[in-house]
Write a protein that binds this ligand. Structure first.
Ligand code: SF4
Ligand code: SF4
Ligand code: SF4
Length: 347
């Protein structure tokens, strides 16, 4: 289809929304409730654009392109409407950026800065509900919740746990987390995908220690807990892992389970083994890798010579990657010479 965006003509694929086409073309449209993995929701109204021939502005996330459509993404009418939307949002939002864990990684903060808003001009009731700290891994602050619905939709549409939904109406609306009613009644599996997707500081992980996002770097890695091989970004400050964020792409497409999301504290734990240990006189003592490999090689050779290759059995782990498991069986079959090899998944 032929469409015109901000005065330039483009060819675009039929069936796409205006927002999808703009993302492909690298044309910036702000969003707070949109995620390409989820059905469009049109809740935040920030993605409004002007379409010639249409009386009202339309939400670009839910409006499909038509042939010869003429779209304006940045006209003064559009900018004023976005400012109004942001104004309404921050009028009902405690601007606590100075002390908010999300500061520096918050989309509302970024847009308020981009559109030059300091404080909301509308007065009215503010949300009153208290912070919910009942989950072991994360907190929910209803006062900072902008009701974008991303957490509810990721839980329902992608995680398929259906553990949360909206409760109450108007200023009293909150994301109802069944763990409020007691963990024993909840279907929540603490995967934290709601936390990962929250664009503001409403759902935040309970931090290991305080940090600011701009002090950290992200290190892309593979989760070491199971063979799915989820991709994630570790949030690292001074060589210490302080959080984990799922990566879009890979086998997990922006999702993690509770282990990948929250169980990273072993990495910097003081009890973690950093060298091999060899038992000497009934006690484990620290050794170098060279010493450990020499011991393994010598013992393996001795047992193989004395009792043959079938004296060995190898059991590998779901915490290894596919490639590691492949190498393990290859080592047992080709180097040791036995088919006695299995995997903990069959235990
Ligand atoms: S959620 Fe965002 S805008 Fe709100 S206080 Fe935190 S950083 Fe500021
Ligand atoms: S908790 Fe976060 S993701 Fe969920 S509705 Fe509120 S702002 Fe959106
Ligand atoms: S343990 Fe969870 S996060 Fe890690 S790879 Fe497996 S499914 Fe993914």
């Amino acid at each position: 289809m032929k469409i015109t965006i901000d005065g330039r003509e483009y060819e675009a694929q039929k069936g796409n929304s205006i927002l999808q086409v703009c993302r492909i073309l690298d044309i910036d449209i702000p969003t707070l409730c949109y995620d390409e993995r989820l059905e469009p929701h049109s809740a935040c109204r920030l993605c409004l654009v002007e379409v010639e021939g249409m009386k009202n502005l339309v939400t670009s996330c839910s409006t499909k392109i038509r042939d010869n459509m003429i779209i304006h993404t940045n006209s003064s009418k559009v900018v004023e409407a976005r400012k109004d939307v942001l104004n309404l949002l921050i009028s009902n939002h405690p601007m606590e950026c100075l002390n908010c864990e999300k500061s520096g990684a918050c989309k509302l903060q970024d847009y308020a800065y981009e559109y030059g808003l300091v404080d909301g001009e509308y007065s009215g009731d503010k949300r009153k509900a208290n912070i919910d700290n009942s989950n072991h891994f994360y907190s929910y602050d209803p006062k900072k919740c902008i009701l974008c619905g991303l957490c509810v939709r990721v839980c329902n549409e992608l995680q398929c746990t259906n553990a949360i939904g909206f409760e109450n109406r108007g200023f009293d609306t909150i994301v109802a987390t069944p763990f409020n009613e007691g963990l024993e009644n909840s279907t929540c599996v603490s995967c934290g995908n709601c936390v990962s997707i929250c664009p503001v500081g409403a759902l935040t992980p309970k931090p290991l220690e305080k940090y600011r996002h701009w002090e950290t770097k992200k290190v892309r890695t593979t989760c070491s807990y199971c063979g799915v091989g989820c991709q994630l970004d570790l949030i690292v400050k001074d060589n210490k892992v302080l959080g984990a964020q799922p990566a879009i792409g890979g086998p997990n497409e922006g999702l993690l389970c509770v282990k990948g999301k929250f169980a990273y504290k072993f990495i910097n734990h003081k009890d973690r083994l950093k060298t091999p240990l060899i038992k000497k006189d009934g006690k484990f003592v620290q050794a170098t890798w060279d010493e450990a490999y020499r011991l393994i090689r010598n013992k393996t050779k001795k047992i193989k010579n004395e009792s043959g290759p079938d004296a060995f059995a190898g059991l590998t782990s779901a915490r290894c990657t596919n490639e590691e498991n492949y190498l393990f069986q290859k080592f047992f079959r080709a180097v040791i010479g036995t088919n006695n090899v299995d995997h903990c998944a069959r235990l």
